[in-house]
Design a protein around this ligand. Structure first.
Ligand SMILES: *Cc1c(COP(=O)(O)O)cnc(C)c1O
Length: 215
């Protein structure tokens, strides 16, 4: 059961990433044929097998936990890595990009949910991140921040977490460590909370089940 992509026409000023994880290639083609080009996957292996058979103009987003030894497989084509959550992973992304002379684009994932299980940098690590980039020129495009809110029906909690990510974005932006023409994305909002996320300043929503149906 697909939702027509035109349902999201009201959100033309934000980038809609259609999260196709676990869904077959046929479903992705259906959405692609409606004009959608940004697709997100959370597993490298699944992303690779889909990328192989789908058109070259698909912009692939990696939105899930990324193991360092798998960066090399997606480096040649990935559009944006949302889940950069450690300096070690940053090092690897830069190294693999260097090897093939392709400057990779990433978002800094921050842990904004109250749950312990979600990944990401802590807000307290911002200075460490900025120092890392101040220390030398790094071969990577830092395009913004990403975060996941808590799974809760309490909209006030979700709103507070999204606002927190917006504040983190502003803080990093104002440090002027990153080129503002590149550092401009706030990736937040999923099927259950993308409207609220956009109200809180999201520029990029990652929507799976509301497009492709339940998993
Ligand atoms: C699965 C997933 C989504 C999409 O979730 P839905 O609730 O199906 O919209 C968004 N972001 C991340 C990181 C995900 O893993």
């Amino acid at each position: 059961m697909y939702k027509e992509i035109s349902t999201f026409a009201a959100y033309h000023n934000v980038t809609l990433v259609a999260v196709s994880k676990t869904k077959p290639v046929e479903d992705i083609k259906n959405i692609y044929n409606q004009g959608q080009r940004h697709f997100g996957e959370n597993k490298v292996q699944e992303l690779l097998s889909k990328q192989e058979v789908l058109p070259n103009d698909v912009k692939w987003h990696l939105i899930g936990t990324l193991q360092r030894n798998k960066v090399k497989y997606i480096a040649p084509f990935v559009h944006l890595i949302h889940s950069c959550e450690s300096i070690d992973l940053l090092d690897t992304i830069i190294k693999e990009g260097n090897k093939i002379d392709r400057k990779l684009s990433i978002l800094l994932q921050f842990h904004i949910a109250s749950e312990e299980t979600k990944h990401g940098f802590e807000e307290s690590e911002i200075d460490t991140i900025l120092d890392y980039f101040k220390a030398s020129e790094r071969f990577v495009n830092v395009c913004g921040v990403m975060g996941m809110a808590s799974f809760t029906d309490d909209q006030s909690i979700v709103k507070q977490e999204f606002t927190n990510l917006q504040n983190i974005f502003t803080r990093v932006h104002e440090s002027k460590v990153f080129d503002p023409s590149i550092f401009k994305e706030i990736s937040m909002g999923m099927s259950g909370d993308y409207k609220l996320a956009v109200d809180c300043g999201s520029t990029m929503i990652r929507v799976g089940s509301a497009i492709f149906g339940g998993r």
